[in-house]
Design a protein around this ligand. Structure first.
Ligand SMILES: [Zn+2]
Length: 371
């Protein structure tokens, strides 16, 4: 790997402001770089759809090694605080922000690794697979970019998403279904002193339902949380007529998550009706569970590459979503690779020069794999 070029690429990418739905400058920079590497690049209209400045980027390049194209992907957006990011290289090889913003190693470490792998292949005139690249917008906003991409144009059946914390050489092959829900319990307002018996206490009904819920780990495969609750008006003398709650369910089993949602809905209905009120329940399923088996070609390729680099090649489940969750829904299965990013979503986020190099080497070997 060309260490200086890799560091420079990473620093340049990090210096570009690319908040969610404000990815224009990043999309332009990546388009320029990919075209100079011989890719045909197209951008979809996901930006217009969400009122953002750029769409998802798709790149394709033919390769001389036969086989289906392989898909590599990261996301273009970074979480806040993200404006004016600077990648500061320290003597010990760590790269941090200046402390006032995130670094943006999530997801620019993986992006830089892909670009460096491609640059090396180009320099060596080395053979590689046909390649498809996807750089998504709005990943940090519930995977919205990858949720609306038109996958009909993707030929790859196997993908590698470079968007995971932890040492390079580990990967996630399983992710959960996530159910987000909002519940409004409706009661009836009344004067709390003169005629409380005429009211229906929405907060009390909601509280009874929450007290009956199983929260935290529910069995081995699922978690349930109520993350927010508010009710009534800011007065002490009124029986509150509404109570609003937000929560989530995560499970490696899609069916189990949906089943749990039904249970929670029934529980709130029961308590609301018992009190003489009613309730509304809305739920969405932004990510669907998937699992890539150990014998999957994409896993075997990952293990081969890790062996050559003397990396562990460990597979772990993750309890978070990634763009892979949306790819899996469209028949593209693959791994989320650790990509040299640590303490992400914080101002102490960092990467290391050696981590970036190893990630680039791994990507290069995957791109050159002959199955
Ligand atoms: Zn990310």
């Amino acid at each position: 790997m060309n260490r200086d070029r890799l560091i420079q690429t990473f620093q340049e990418l990090v210096s570009i402001d690319s908040p969610s739905f404000g990815e224009r400058a990043m999309a332009d920079e990546l388009t320029r770089r990919l075209k100079s590497l011989g890719f045909t690049v197209s951008e979809d209209n996901a930006g217009e759809y969400y009122g953002g400045t750029a769409g998802n980027l798709y790149g394709y390049r033919d390769g001389r090694i036969p086989g289906e194209p392989l898909l590599f992907s990261t996301h273009m957006d970074t979480v806040e605080p993200s404006r004016g990011k600077k990648a500061v290289l320290h003597e010990d090889g760590r790269i941090t922000s200046d402390g006032t913003t995130v670094l943006g190693a999530d997801c620019m470490a993986g992006t830089a690794a892909i670009l460096e792998a491609l640059a090396e292949l180009e320099e060596e005139q080395a053979d590689c697979r046909s390649l498809e690249l996807l750089f998504f917008i709005g990943e940090e906003k519930h995977l919205r970019g990858s949720a609306v991409f038109d996958y009909a144009k993707v030929r790859a059946k196997e993908s590698y998403i470079l968007d995971l914390s932890g040492p390079v050489g580990t990967a996630a092959n399983q992710a959960p279904t996530l159910v987000d829900f909002q519940i409004t319990v409706h009661g009836k307002a009344a004067h709390a002193g003169f005629a409380p018996e005429e009211g229906v206490h929405a907060v009390a009904a909601a509280a009874r339902a929450v007290a009956r819920m199983e929260l935290g780990h529910v069995g081995k495969n699922m978690t349930v949380n109520i993350g927010h609750i508010e009710g009534g008006v800011k007065a002490t003398n009124i029986v509150p007529d509404t109570c609003f709650l937000m929560g989530e369910i995560r499970s490696y089993s899609h069916e189990q998550a949906l089943e749990e949602m039904k249970k929670i809905e029934a529980l709130f209905r029961e308590e609301a009706e018992k009190a003489g009120g009613s309730c509304e329940v809305h739920s969405t399923v932004p990510i669907h569970a998937y699992q890539v088996p150990e014998e999957h070609a994409g896993v075997l390729r990952f293990r081969r590459a890790c062996e050559r680099l003397k990396l562990p090649g460990t597979l772990n489940p993750t309890f978070g979503g990634s763009d892979q969750s949306n790819l899996s829904l469209h028949g593209i299965s693959g791994l989320v690779l650790s990509s040299a990013m640590e303490q992400v979503h914080s101002c102490s986020e960092f990467t290391t020069v050696s981590g970036l190099e190893t990630a680039a080497e791994l990507v290069k070997l995957l791109m050159q794999d002959r199955d």
